[in-house]
Design a binder for this molecule. Structure first.
Ligand SMILES: CC(C)(COP(=O)(O)OP(=O)(O)OC[C@H]1O[C@@H](n2cnc3c(N)ncnc32)[C@H](O)[C@@H]1OP(=O)(O)O)[C@@H](O)C(=O)NCCC(=O)NCCS
Length: 161
């Protein structure tokens, strides 16, 4: 069931839940481009305090049936908006990320073109983007902390309106 997916502003109590999701070993491997030490709670908190205070970042908590299941956000890279999202592993495979990203793009951040970057082997995230209308516009190589190596990433773009 994805029709009960909602977005709301982030509250302080969400951060402990996001930390749990964003330090999960499988999720970190999948996302690849992560902080140096995903298990460092202090680094996590100071990163989140910074992005919550940044006027260039728009973040929402994803709720499903009242439960905090993850987050979706946009930030700017060289002035261009890009989206990212992260769900708790126990909620994967239920269409929640697709539903949450659709809502975010329709109601929260309607700027276009909107971009996204994803590790080339992150099949779940690639599918989410494709289902939301993004298309590949480029490719790059970048150092992925979670892999300890440079890997390929795909650059996706969603055109408007
Ligand atoms: C990537 C992520 C957000 C996907 O969330 P999700 O809620 O499972 O995605 P959805 O259920 O909306 O799935 C959308 C599509 O992707 C497919 N999919 C999901 N996970 C997949 C996987 N691991 N491998 C292949 N396909 C996958 C689904 O089958 C579905 O496609 P379909 O409708 O054609 O069957 C989630 O796995 C996650 O948070 N991962 C860790 C963080 C991360 O990688 N964030 C993205 C950084 S770019």
């Amino acid at each position: 069931m994805t029709n009960d997916v909602r977005l709301r502003d982030v509250i302080d109590a969400d951060l402990a839940v996001f930390f749990e999701y964003e330090s999960d070993t499988d999720a970190v491997h999948m996302a690849a481009f992560t902080r140096k030490d995903p298990a460092d709670r202090e680094a996590f908190r100071s990163h989140w305090e910074k992005i919550l205070a940044s006027p260039a970042v728009i973040i929402r908590t994803i709720l499903r049936g009242g439960e905090v299941v993850g987050s979706v956000l946009s930030y700017e890279d060289s002035g261009r908006p890009e989206v990212s999202y992260w769900l708790g592993a126990r909620y994967w495979g239920q269409g929640i990320a697709t539903g949450a990203l659709r809502l975010f793009l329709a109601k929260v951040d309607t700027r276009r073109p909107m971009r996204a970057r994803v590790a080339k082997d992150n099949a779940g995230s690639i599918r989410v983007l494709e289902k939301c209308g993004f298309r590949v516009v480029g490719q790059a190589r970048g150092f992925a902390n979670a892999r300890g190596a440079e890997i390929e990433e795909l650059i996706f773009e969603l055109l408007g309106p």
